[in-house]
Design a protein around this ligand. Structure first.
Ligand SMILES: [Zn+2]
Length: 411
């Protein structure tokens, strides 16, 4: 990578180099275990001109997303998050019964379902064939496409401009950030709203969330760099909300530049926080690398000690980010016998690179392990409740991030 994909600058500084790993959603079927498995470098850099943090675009979204393993409806907290979001968005954008809502990367329709329930016309644009089909089955009109300026213009021509365009958990996943932003502008009405949720680089750095760096996330935003990205397509930031999702996200409310006006005080406050955290100078990023190395050493120390003491450790969850962590730490089934996941798509498959078997969650109750290493640490509150039964046999939950912690399960 020689040039920043947003501003074209060649001033790219190293943030953290995680070595080479397979794409984190490429779960292996049993018949793939004896076949070669490609690994790609995972090196985060930041542009010191526009401060967009980025990794080289080594994999194509088309390769990842045509059969995507992630179904949003499998997470209870996501479904509730979507319901609340739709209620807020209807109010902010003043959506009446004649409104039109488009969601880009609409997944299995978990969000638009709430728009359908309100009798508001909507359309999902979702590139994954299998999850898009699930959305249509649930009664959510869904187009199987990637968003580009052309797709945006075609949807507008066929359906009219959108009063609200939602793009949640996708703004990091598109290597052509400028083309995607132009696509959003093509979809939205000249007086409409665009709402984007994306992970916040400020919390990623502050909370050592380095496992959320993976090949499918091509860039990582501060509010400052998001403003630059939005402007590349003719959009301007109006307001921002800080959300706890994914360990810390930003919800950006943007409008076409011509009607946006001045940004809210909340935007100015977050910009100040980012600046105070040093995220507009390279040194603010470089200390992160040493903290990442410590997370790795602490987790390995725990797993090796548990193995030598004859304790059993299994995983909970097989999220994409878990695979960055497992690969970076070099964890194999001798240290983590298996992991479990609620998504049946993953059962009988193996984690990419580390080849740890993925079983249904019920297996934990059968085997009663001494420790359960929780990989989706961002769902900590929800999972401490769900996994309370581990306490019945004296088992304990272990969270690797932001730093290793072994917690008693609440009764
Ligand atoms: Zn740049």
């Amino acid at each position: 990578m020689t040039r920043c994909r947003l501003c074209g600058s060649s001033a790219l500084g190293s943030v953290v180099d995680l070595g080479a790993t397979p794409p984190c959603e490429s779960f292996l079927a049993a018949d793939q275990l004896d076949k070669p498995e490609p690994a790609y470098p995972l090196h985060l850099r930041v542009c010191t001109d526009c401060w967009l943090a980025q990794i080289p675009p080594l994999i194509k979204p088309e390769e990842t997303f045509t059969e995507y393993a992630y179904f949003s409806s499998f997470s209870t907290s996501w479904v509730e998050h979507a319901r609340t979001f739709v209620a807020d968005a209807v109010e902010r954008a003043g959506l009446g019964s004649d409104a039109f809502v488009v969601e880009v990367a609409s997944n299995d329709g978990y969000l638009l379902k709430h728009v359908v329930d309100r009798g508001i016309r909507c359309l999902g644009i979702e590139p994954s064939v299998n999850v898009g089909a699930a959305a249509r089955d649930a009664g959510v009109p869904t187009l199987t496409e990637f968003l580009s300026p052309e797709t945006g213009a075609a949807v507008r021509a066929a359906n009219g401009p959108a009063d609200l365009v939602v793009a949640n958990n996708v703004y990091a996943h598109i290597p052509d950030v400028v083309g995607f932003t132009e696509g959003l502008r093509a979809l939205v009405a000249d007086d409409g709203w665009v709402s984007i949720e994306v992970q916040h680089l400020l919390t990623l750095i502050e909370e050592n969330q380095y496992d959320t760096i993976y090949h499918e996330h091509f860039q990582y935003y501060t509010v400052a760099s998001a403003i630059r990205a939005l402007a590349s397509g003719g959009l301007a930031l109006v307001d921002v909300e800080l959300l706890p999702t994914h360990g810390g996200s930003i919800r950006l409310w943007a409008r076409p530049s011509e009607v946006a006006g001045e940004p809210s005080q909340r935007v100015l406050d977050v910009l100040d926080r980012e600046k105070a955290a040093g995220l507009q100078e390279l040194s603010g990023y470089t200390e992160f690398s040493a903290r990442v190395a410590k997370v790795r050493r602490d987790l390995l120390k725990f797993l090796v000690t548990a193995a030598e003491d004859g304790k059993t450790v299994v995983g909970y969850g097989a999220p994409g980010k878990g695979n960055t962590l497992l690969n970076h730490c070099g964890i194999r089934p001798d240290l983590l016998a298996y992991t479990v996941d609620r998504n049946p798509y993953k059962h009988g498959r193996f984690t990419p690179g580390t080849r740890i078997p993925i079983l249904p969650p019920e297996q934990i109750g059968v085997d009663k392990p001494d420790y359960v290493l929780v990989l989706p640490w961002n769902l900590r509150t929800e999972l401490v409740e769900q996994l309370a039964y581990v306490h019945e046999w004296g088992g304990r939950l272990v969270f690797p991030i932001p730093e290793l912690s072994i917690v008693e399960v609440k009764r």
